[in-house]
Design a protein around this ligand. Structure first.
Ligand code: ACO
Length: 463
């Protein structure tokens, strides 16, 4: 096997954040609404001094510096984002300023809500796997500033960027047959109004669309894993506890936990379907009994079922998600970057402990409204002796826990203030000079937007 996969991963998160507990107080909502109700602890802030291009520049430059990547050894660079600042010129082209002397780089920017990064990753995997591969690396960037209008969605803001290096002989290998996709036409979250940065969102519908997507891809992935093994294999079916770890797109962690619970319902319904008639009658002890044959559409808003699923999945959830959820709890939703930050968080935590050992597997679920979703499996492996890329090295280079701990906590009022500066920039036209936060508050090595000149060209500098 070519063992195409992830060689390295780097994360960017903002230098300032607000605490959800203080935001509850600030907005005058009931205590626990964001911390327990949404399962979130903090939100990373971006004002107008950063934009999608600066985030992408920062994270790609940092990846290249940490791993000493020669710009000429990169043959593909693709970006996933939904934080568009231009309807034509892609962020991918802005990143070309980091590749002096190399104009031979395929890829563009891919757009579909939180899914663009995964689309870009699958493209990169396919290129590296193909006969057309020229031996060079691919870099995939997933970056977003998640900004919502005032109201119930605002506590699910956040910002972040991830860059991953893709190649062969990877320590996190992707088996192209172990993936499944769900594509549907739904209006759960979209950005039709170009005068504002914010989405038009139906929060309740978006949760159901997320559930439907995960149920669909999960069942399909189980079938695809079975096919990949050979139909007659006697191995245990792929189920919600098969991967050692899971990483889900995390708009807020309550949704991740509830969605994992839904996989236990799917497992129980499949088992019931496979059981003999005789057993069916006697299985009254099953805690999910009353939901095993109910039409699935009737189960989405069933609170008693939600509680039952939480109980049956609790232990497995803790084991498989504690590490991957850690960073997104502290930093919030990051749209396309969310699922990659989840993977980085897992590498940072479990990788540093030595728990991501060869043979372990990671299930990944990516969801983007509209909707597109993919579930795939990564295999942890020991690369050959020629390779310098390992999970241990990734964990060592990331320092994500340290990065998050170094952030400056700011007054909860700064969340609205930061977003107001972004809204002003969005409506201002050109020329424009950003104001928030002052450059001195950014982490060293951060690119920032110095100005939008009179001809609408954006000028970047690095701290
Ligand atoms: N203590 C503890 N829990 C509380 C409290 C409290 N004081 N108050 C409320 N809660 C709980 C509620 O019971 C509810 O829990 P449940 O989901 O287990 O029933 C939870 O907090 C959320 O409260 P709601 O009133 O149901 O919803 P709210 O009006 O706060 O909106 C929502 C939440 C819909 C997630 C909103 O933030 C939103 O629209 N976000 C953006 C959309 C989104 O992220 N969708 C996800 C998929 S698509 C994507 O990635 C963008």
């Amino acid at each position: 096997s070519k063992n195409v996969g992830i060689m390295a991963i780097e994360v960017y998160t903002p230098s300032t954040f607000v605490l959800q507990s203080k935001l509850e107080e600030h907005y005058g909502v009931a205590q626990g609404k964001y911390t327990i109700g949404l399962g979130q602890e903090g939100i990373g802030l971006c004002g107008d001094v950063e934009d999608i291009n600066s985030l992408a520049l920062t994270v790609v430059k940092s990846l290249m510096e940490k791993y000493n990547i020669d710009p000429n050894t990169v043959g593909r660079l693709e970006v996933g984002t939904e934080t568009l600042v231009d309807k034509s010129k892609s962020t991918k082209t802005v990143l070309m300023s980091l590749f002096p002397g190399n104009t031979d780089i395929e890829g563009a920017t891919v757009v579909n809500a939180c899914y663009g990064g995964t689309a870009a990753l699958l493209n990169a995997f396919t290129w590296v796997e193909s006969d057309g591969w020229d031996g060079r690396y691919a870099i995939v960037v997933a970056a977003d500033i998640a900004a919502y209008a005032k109201g119930p969605a605002r506590p699910t803001c956040g910002a972040g960027a991830v860059a991953v290096l893709v190649g062969r002989d990877a320590p996190l290998a992707f088996n192209p047959r172990e993936r499944a996709t769900h594509a549907a036409h739904v209006w759960d979250f979209f950005k039709p109004d170009h005068t504002v940065e914010y989405p038009t969102v139906d929060g309740a519908l978006s949760q159901v669309c997320y559930y439907q997507a995960i149920e669909d891809v999960y069942q399909r992935l189980a079938q695809n894993v079975k096919k990949a093994r050979g139909e007659n294999s006697n191995d245990q079916p792929f189920d919600s506890e098969s991967p050692d770890y899971w990483v889900f797109h995390a708009p807020y962690n309550k949704l991740v936990q509830k969605s994992y619970g839904r996989m236990f319902l799917i497992d129980a319904r499949r088992r019931r379907h496979e059981e003999s008639e005789e057993k069916k009658e006697s299985d009254t002890a099953n805690p999910l009994e009353e939901w095993l044959t109910k039409p699935i559409e009737e189960t989405y808003s069933d609170k008693a079922l939600e509680r039952a699923l939480k109980t049956v999945s609790a232990k497995a959830y803790e084991q498989r998600f504690n590490d991957s959820n850690s960073a997104s709890k502290l930093n919030g939703n990051t749209y396309t970057a969310s699922v990659f930050i989840g993977l980085a968080s897992l590498v940072d935590k479990a990788g540093s402990r030595g728990d991501l050992s060869p043979g372990k597997t990671i299930g990944v679920f990516s969801y983007g409204s509209g909707a597109l979703a993919t579930m795939y499996r990564l295999h942890v492996r020991e690369p050959t002796e020629q390779s310098t890329f390992t999970v241990a090295k990734m964990a060592e280079a990331l320092k994500l826990t340290e990065r998050l701990a170094k952030r400056e906590e700011v007054h909860p009022g700064e969340l609205d203030m930061a977003l107001d500066t972004r809204a002003r920039m969005h409506g201002a036209g050109a020329p424009y000079t950003p104001v928030y936060p002052t450059v001195g508050r950014l982490f060293p090595g951060t690119y920032y937007l110095k100005e939008i000149d009179a001809k609408w060209r954006r000028v970047y500098e690095r701290v």
